[in-house]
Write a protein that binds this ligand. Sequence first.
Ligand SMILES: Nc1ncnc2c1ncn2[C@@H]1O[C@H](COP(=O)(O)OP(=O)(O)OP(=O)(O)O)[C@@H](O)[C@H]1O
Ligand SMILES: [Mg+2]
Length: 373
Amino acid sequence: MFNLESPDQNHVRSLFDLLVIGLVVAILTAIHYTNYHYEMNYHILLQFAYYLPVIYAAMRFGLAGGILSGLVITLLILPFMTHFHAMDLSAIYTQWVEIGLINVIGWLTGFLTQQERRAKRKYQLALTVQKELVEKLKREGQERERLEEEIRQTERLTALGHMSAGLAHEIRNPLGIMKVSIQLLAQEKVHDEVVTEYCRVLLEECERLNRLVSEFLTFARPKEPVRSPIALGKLLDEGVTLIQPALGQRHIELKQARNQVDEKKVEVDADQIKQVILNILLNAIDAQGEDGVILLEGIQQVGFVGFAVSDEGPGILLNAMPYIYDPFFTTKEKGTGLGLSVVHRILDQHGGKIITANRHERGIRVEILLPLS
Ligand SMILES: Nc1ncnc2c1ncn2[C@@H]1O[C@H](COP(=O)(O)OP(=O)(O)OP(=O)(O)O)[C@@H](O)[C@H]1O
Ligand SMILES: [Mg+2]
């Protein structure tokens, strides 16, 4: 985890180092033996050179490297010491002390290197753990923000639901009274053509107002979904059929790449999910304007299946992005701004999710995910 080299590279490097150490020891030993006739001091000095391969072996291979290299050098030098007749007693002692020192230095360096490596590994481990912790905290922070935003959204929708339900009720009552009064007036003045005509228009308008209020009420006071298993492809087909005329009128091409999800079953309220599909596709058509391509793809995530719609429209301004799911937020002249808030609410009730993001090129991509049944 901490070594940037691959295990193979590491292996080759170790072998190479071993070879170099062996070679240096071999050369030093060869000099000793081939210059047998030299003075003793010369050999004692030469022996100093053995420190180099021992220290390197200990630093490279730890305690084992230090002990082994010291041992090998001792074994190699032993015949020389016992057979070198020119040595006096003090020279022999000096040699032994030096051999001893070579070994002690090997062990010590090996031991210290090992300790240092252990400390380094611990430090690196602590660093990784710390990094992971920071990442985790960051992720949790983002998740909390998302949840808080969802709670705020739900609260706004609930408040809107209560308010509009009350308001609609208050409008309907006087409407009912107006309707009955107009009908009575029409009966009373049945021979007066002008009054009859006005009454007909008034009744028509009352009817329209009543319908509008009822429709709004279904938006604002959501019904509990009535779920049944259905293939996602079937729902998408129905949504696509409904928008075909609008696509044709504006010369927009709808490209589809959804084979992988068509047969996947979801347990949903088919009418509500069709409403979701329609809202997303209609938004894409509005954004697209004329010509170009809208892409409808099938998408999958662990435990989820769904679809993504990408358009080539103007995209969404970053400062508008947080508000697009709010009821009545619209940038369109004739929009109600209820489309995405209804989509969001329906997905909430189904345990699904919606992800909207500007595309790199142009336009936006909306992903809708539903739990797999
Ligand atoms: N595909 C899109 N491209 C660009 N902006 C979009 C897109 N879809 C939604 N928006 C933005 O989000 C806003 C809210 O969308 P929403 O569907 O809730 O309402 P609307 O489309 O304006 O009105 P309605 O759906 O009632 O006709 C839109 O007014 C628009 O600014
Ligand atoms: Mg819309």
